[in-house]
Design a protein around this ligand. Structure first.
Ligand code: PLP
Length: 482
């Protein structure tokens, strides 16, 4: 028979605990301050827990060797980053909530070197004078897209704002009503355009806009004609929008620059891999657009960035716009963007090494093989607790790109025998490397399109952990892992 008092009085002190070997190791790993704080917090919780116990058998079950284990878990959890990796098993390739585009692992060394050392970010090494941070990617972008000049900023929304602020501030921009879209996260094209100080002149109707609509809207205060790629929605049926070539020709005829916000920024045609047609940057440039903007982290598969290509006279003006300083691209982003663009100089290399392109172009055979691999692993480890099957499903491009396109994929479907499906989905999300999955009807689906090769074993461990937690379910226990 143990009593509360004796349990409480036998709790070791902070001074005693800090000399325990396992905790000494954590001082070396983190810091003395962190370990002391972890011990104090844990002991506080432990005392409260002991005081709350009522039954003798609960008190008997108290084992003070659990204290060290609890403290270690507490400290690891305290020190864990908030921003962590997750496994994307949703099949949505450009998943905005999960960081959009994963970068190529080929960039690893470059990124770390540029981040941890000094670099020639703004120094011309030949002259020793101040250089331009844009020079590192400009030539590459021009070579890939056929444009005359280029610059880069933080994201495509900033790119659109900079372009309009430079070319149309205090004047009018003519744009089709059917292209004034909201892109998600309540980013609305018309709002961003207004922020630039340009006045919007909407022409046409939601479903139809003709060349004459633009022409009739032009007056002495018109600065540019603009086209926005409606990346994330489609108007179907009785529709028509003006082609880039026609709009560019009208601009030339009227002496007005024509700009296009492409959104996603495809650098290669992916129709041969079964993806729907989408205009590439090269095509927009070739069509005669004076300025084209697009994202770095949508279908391009690079870092978050906004890329602006166009005629040199306009790009030069943008560089001098004070707004440029406020949306200046960071050196890490620049290193990631240059590295990604370099992969595009060889089509096969880009398809193999840019994760977004690889995931979008998997064929049925590859997906089947990957699903069988994951299915086999799961059958072995959790087959007793769930029915594991391989099924045909659909993945999405995501990121507001190609909204209507459903890519046939293979999923591993998990149907638990004794535990709840919702509970399983939650537990997988609570694992130390969270696995993000989806529930469709009575199964939990793991889409192998977006799970990376070295993550199969993580999914397996997550499943084992989740089932152990759910079946051993001592409710109220915290999910802590180290
Ligand atoms: C996504 C998108 C944007 C915004 O790009 P970010 O890189 O997310 O800032 C702007 N315009 C269009 C048409 C888009 O699809």
């Amino acid at each position: 028979m143990v009593d509360k008092k004796s349990i409480l009085s036998s709790i070791p002190s902070v001074d005693e605990l800090i000399r325990v070997k396992e905790l000494e190791r954590l001082i070396a790993l983190y810091s003395r301050t962190a370990v002391v704080e972890g011990i104090r917090e844990y002991l506080g919780e432990y005392r409260k827990h002991v005081i709350s116990l009522e039954k003798d058998e609960e008190l008997n079950a108290i084992n003070d060797s659990d204290i060290i284990k609890g403290i270690i878990e507490k400290i690891h959890n305290m020190m864990r980053s908030n921003l962590i990796n997750v496994v994307n098993a949703t099949g949505v390739v450009i998943h905005t909530n999960l960081g959009r585009s994963p970068l190529s692992s080929r960039l690893k060394d470059t990124l770390w070197n540029i981040a941890s050392r000094y670099s020639n970010l703004e120094m011309d090494l030949e002259s020793g004078e101040r250089g331009s941070r844009y020079s590192h990617v400009e030539e590459l972008i021009c070579k890939l897209t056929g444009a005359e000049a280029a610059m880069v900023v933080n994201n495509n929304a900033a790119a659109v704002m900079l372009v309009l602020s430079t070319m149309a501030k205090g004047r009018e921009v003519v744009v089709s009503r059917g292209q004034l879209v909201e892109i998600g996260g309540s980013f609305r094209v018309p709002d961003v355009m207004k922020q630039s100080g340009a006045a919007l002149v909407e022409v046409g109707t939601t479903n139809k806009t003709h060349l004459a609509d633009y022409e009739n809207a032009v007056n002495e205060n018109t600065a540019v004609l603009m086209k926005v790629h409606t990346s994330n929605y489609r108007i179907l049926g009785f529709t028509s929008q003006v082609e880039s070539e026609e709009l560019a020709a009208l601009g030339r005829k009227m002496g007005l620059p024509v700009i296009e916000d492409l959104g996603s920024g495809l650098l290669m045609d992916l129709t041969e891999y079964g993806l729907p047609y989408e205009p590439t940057v090269q095509q927009a440039v070739r069509a005669g657009m004076d300025v084209v903007t697009f994202s770095g982290d949508k279908m391009l598969g690079g870092p978050q960035a906004g890329i602006i290509t166009g005629r040199k006279e306009y790009i030069d003006k943008m560089r001098k716009n004070p707004l440029t300083r406020a949306i200046r691209i960071d050196k890490l982003t620049l290193a990631a963007l240059e590295g990604t663009l370099r992969l595009y100089t060889d089509k096969e290399l880009a398809l193999a090494e840019v994760p977004v392109l690889r995931m979008l172009t998997y064929n049925g055979e590859e997906l089947g093989k990957r699903a069988r691999r994951l299915g086999m692993r799961l059958k072995k480890s959790i087959g007793a607790m769930a029915a594991i099957g391989i099924e045909d499903e659909f993945s999405e491009v995501g990121g507001g790109s190609m909204p209507l396109h459903k890519m046939p994929t293979k999923v591993v479907a998990v149907k638990p025998k004794a535990v709840s499906l919702v509970g399983l989905e939650e537990k997988l999300r609570a694992y130390k490397v969270p696995v993000i999955s989806r529930i469709v009807r009575d199964r939990l689906l793991l889409d192998v399109r977006t799970i990376m090769d070295d993550e199969f074993k993580v999914v397996e461990s997550a499943m084992q952990w989740a089932f152990a937690e759910l079946s051993g379910s001592i409710s109220g226990e915290r999910e802590v892992q180290t």
